[in-house]
Write a protein that binds this ligand. Sequence first.
Ligand code: SAH
Ligand code: SF4
Length: 408
Amino acid sequence: MATSLNIARDNPNAAPVVADKTAVLPSPAEEKPSLIGLSREQLAEALGGIGIAPKQQRMRVAQLWHWLYVRGVSDFSAMTNIAKDLRALLAEHFTIARPEIVDEQISVDGTRKWLFRFPARGAGRPVEVETVYIPEEGRGTLCVSSQVGCTLTCTFCHTGTQKLVRNLTSEEILSQILMARDRLGDFPEAQTPQGAVVPSEGRLVSNIVMMGMGEPLYNFENVKTALLIASDGDGLSLSKRRITLSTSGVVPEIARTGDEIGCMLAISLHAVRDDLRNVLVPINKKWAIKDLLDACRAYPGLSNAKRITFEYVMLKGVNDSNQDAKELVRLLKGIPAKINLIPFNPWPGSEYECSDWERIEEFADIVNRAGYASPIRTPRGRDIFAACGQLKSASERMRKKDREAIAS
Ligand code: SAH
Ligand code: SF4
């Protein structure tokens, strides 16, 4: 249930209202385990635990999978091909409920940002998580969080100023997708009476990027479980080519990402020299540019049809010279790559400025002339603080006057 709905679109001059919640969330009541975010094997095991016979488990898992991930139901009572007493048994032991919506904001450009609250459910304390939906012509991208806060401290990133609260569970990662589809009316029940899987082209959430809060490769197992469910052909059925995982450069997990998840890879490069990258993306002190690019060259499945995206934030006077652009081209030689130039999104207290537009274009021209696609990422949802690197949730909220200063 929405406790606060703030639609900036209706009143573009209004400062976004963020629910005024205290940093410390109430201590958890006894929560039932959720069936969302379990692999098929884990689901079968959970059913075994409440007495479902092994020879029935496969069929029951298939039924549940369909209801949860094709139809998107969030109540056992909607599962009409499952007998009433079994539905009651399931409801007695498990939940499939969605998280609470603490806040929903819609930008003047149509970008939506949600703040979801998940109960504790044995995963430590309850958490509040931000998820962003970016509608585009003929497609829509959901930016999903993997952690609350981040252990890393990239100096240009707002999330990096929030200490890690905890890793999200696979339920919490996957539920961000389910919630977005609920809120956008993107489940097939609303579109096709048969409840068949909707092809990617016809969907509002057609693409997923693991570019919300946190470093996904520091929460590998939960991210993997969630993304394998998201791409499962009998369920949400999102093509792995439409799922991109962005990492700041956790080198030892890069090969596993290709082998075990098989999604598209994005690398937050942001600098072409180790001395500068050590400052901007401090994980570079552990795994330097050369190690990172070697891991990229070896990325399983890499080809011209499946390129790595290199993200490069444009910071005025810091990393945006023509020399930097030329060095970038030299470094990436031989790697099937796209370069995504991201205009820096400011936040209160940030010490950087975004490069001037002409500078960004000149930088892009050099990269383009070398044969790399180098789209400049249009900042989306800045007025509701939903743009790249601006996410930072409950535990430390921005003061209203700071938000207004940034949005103006
Ligand atoms: N932790 C992962 C994924 C989340 S960040 C990573 O670092 O890759 C998603 C992207 O937004 C990253 O490329 C990140 O470097 C970029 N980003 C962070 N802060 C930003 C800001 N203030 N302006 C523009 N891009 C930013
Ligand atoms: Fe963490 Fe990514 Fe932000 Fe760096 S850019 S602090 S890795 S979320």
